[in-house]
Ligand binder design. Structure first.
Ligand code: SAH
Ligand code: SF4
Ligand code: F3S
Length: 476
């Protein structure tokens, strides 16, 4: 087994490896009549989804073709998440199930990457428990994947290369896009906030922003290849620019991106309430291309819990921001993340979370049971909440969130909304799907000519999580 923790000069190796693997795959294809196949399974957030797109970019350069069937894959990659314990347990279950495939086909390569691998105890556990894993790398050396894959193909034993620290931002990686219509763009990496429950700052390193020109160049290229909507990604987009020279902030970046010819919609994720500026609210109000939607994680409604979480705002401050946003952009949709059962949360604290949810009337919310993450400050608390208490509170919150969402969605019945058409539904190829600016999912009968178009859809049925309707007009 080889383990390394250094940052070697890598880009030359990477290009060389891409060429060598490509040649060898071409030869394989000539001999066998079919190409080598890969399967990537992605867990976790949009950061991981986007990282998987980068891996797909490398793989297509190396002449690998995609498959959805594990049995026919020559390379299986799990891009992992560890934000909550059940995300990790799922991966272990899946790894166990791959044992028999590896037995059948010795040439199958099994690789693991992503946030879970940034934890030493996980890598140690995988090495001892799942010896059929061939390659492990982390979030900081994804750009080195082709060189690592080449070593895995050529050398005996597993290759393990996880960097404990982030390096410099590497620009210009090959990225294969999953959707032409909607694309993710990283504007920053890492997080400096250290919310006391959260593992992300440990798995993604310190916050660093990409240069404005790099982001603009990437969006321009996407738009010229058919992208209509970009999602700008960062763990806390409101602190964009802090690591850059000069005086540039997130609003300045949004203005530059909106100037790009042909861009129709701009979204971003995630906004941290403590860093949300009036300038951003103004910019959102002023620029047509920025969608009327903000995802603003509340996490908890009690000031005691918010303080223990190290969130940097109070309930009153959160509500003040919401009022300002609603006053400036009345039609905005507000969504959130909430954690239930943080250590020390009492019934009266939880009721404050319910109260805030009722006051704000979120359009939707991701609700989570607090999950203990090794290495985070909250994990060391002596006041963990019993699972059954957490679960009851979770159900109460979920019920309230769903009721509010259903009630709000009913207001759209018989209204006509603008939808960017993304494609057909997996279950029924005649039903098309897309989102409103407010990020609500709308389904309607359609045909392939609608893909990528903005259409006006009359809402005929409003449910808790989606709408059904019919197209009235094609706008662009
Ligand atoms: N940077 C983003 C989101 C990061 S993780 C933000 O700050 O909003 C996505 C969500 O997972 C978080 O908003 C939080 O609600 C949830 N989460 C993170 N750690 C968790 C934990 N230990 N237990 C339960 N939920 C957690
Ligand atoms: Fe985690 Fe907090 Fe950073 Fe979000 S802001 S990634 S919740 S530490
Ligand atoms: Fe995302 Fe999970 Fe990592 S939420 S940043 S993939 S721990």
């Amino acid at each position: 087994m080889k383990r390394s923790n250094h940052k070697a000069p890598v880009m030359n190796n990477v290009n060389e490896s891409i060429n060598q693997i490509k040649e060898s795959n071409r030869f394989f294809e000539l001999k066998s009549g079919f190409g080598k196949k890969y399967l990537i399974e992605t867990h976790g957030c949009q950061m991981n989804e986007h990282d998987s797109e980068k891996l797909e970019g490398f793989l297509s350069q190396m002449n690998y073709v995609k498959t959805d069937a594990r049995e026919e894959a020559d390379l299986i990659i799990f891009n992992t998440c560890c934000v909550r314990e059940n995300a990790e347990l799922k991966i272990y279950g899946k790894l166990g199930a791959l044992k028999h495939l590896k037995k059948k086909s010795k040439d199958l390569i099994i690789a693991l990457c992503g946030c879970m691998m940034q934890q030493k105890h996980v890598v140690d556990y995988v090495q001892t428990t799942y010896p059929h894993v061939d390659l492990i790398f982390g979030t900081h050396n994804l750009h080195n994947f082709p060189a690592l894959l080449q070593r895995t193909l050529e050398e005996e034993g597993a290759i393990i290369d996880v960097w404990s620290e982030e390096g410099e931002i590497i620009e210009g990686l090959a990225v294969s896009r999953k959707f032409g219509i909607k694309s993710f763009v990283n504007i920053m990496y890492g997080c400096n906030n250290f919310c006391t429950y959260c593992i992300v700052p440990y798995t993604r390193g310190r916050e660093r922003s990409r240069e404005v020109m790099e982001v603009v160049r990437e969006v321009e290229e996407l738009v010229s290849n058919g992208t209509k909507e970009v999602m700008l990604l960062g763990q806390n987009v409101n602190s964009y620019g802090k690591t850059l020279e000069g005086n540039v902030d997130f609003s300045d970046l949004l203005i530059k991106v909106a100037e790009i010819q042909g861009i129709q919609r701009i979204r971003f994720m995630t906004s941290h309430p403590k860093d949300l500026s009036e300038k951003l609210i103004e910019t959102m109000g002023n620029i047509r291309e920025i969608c009327n939607h903000i995802h603003l994680p509340l996490q908890a409604g009690s000031n005691k819990v918010l303080k223990e979480m190290n969130r940097g705002y109070t309930q009153e401050e959160y509500l003040r921001i919401i009022t300002k946003i609603k006053n400036r952009i009345p039609e905005i949709a507000i969504t959130t993340d909430i954690i239930v059962g943080f250590p020390g949360e009492e019934e009266k604290d939880f009721e404050k979370t319910l109260k805030v949810a009722e006051t704000v009337k979120f359009d939707s919310a991701f609700t989570f049971l607090y999950s203990k993450r090794e290495g985070t400050p909250a994990a060391r608390s002596s006041e963990h909440i019993a699972e059954d208490v957490k679960k009851v509170r979770f159900q109460r919150l979920k019920k309230l969130i769903d009721e509010i969402a259903y009630y709000k969605n009913q207001q759209l019945l018989n209204q006509t909304v603008e939808v960017l058409v993304e494609g057909s539904s997996k279950k029924n190829p005649n039903i098309y799907t897309g989102r409103t600016e407010t990020s609500k999912t709308v389904n309607f009968p359609g045909d392939p000519s609608l893909e990528g178009k903005i259409v006006r859809v009359k809402i005929l049925d409003a449910k808790t999580y989606s709408f059904d309707g019919e197209v009235k007009e094609v706008l662009s």
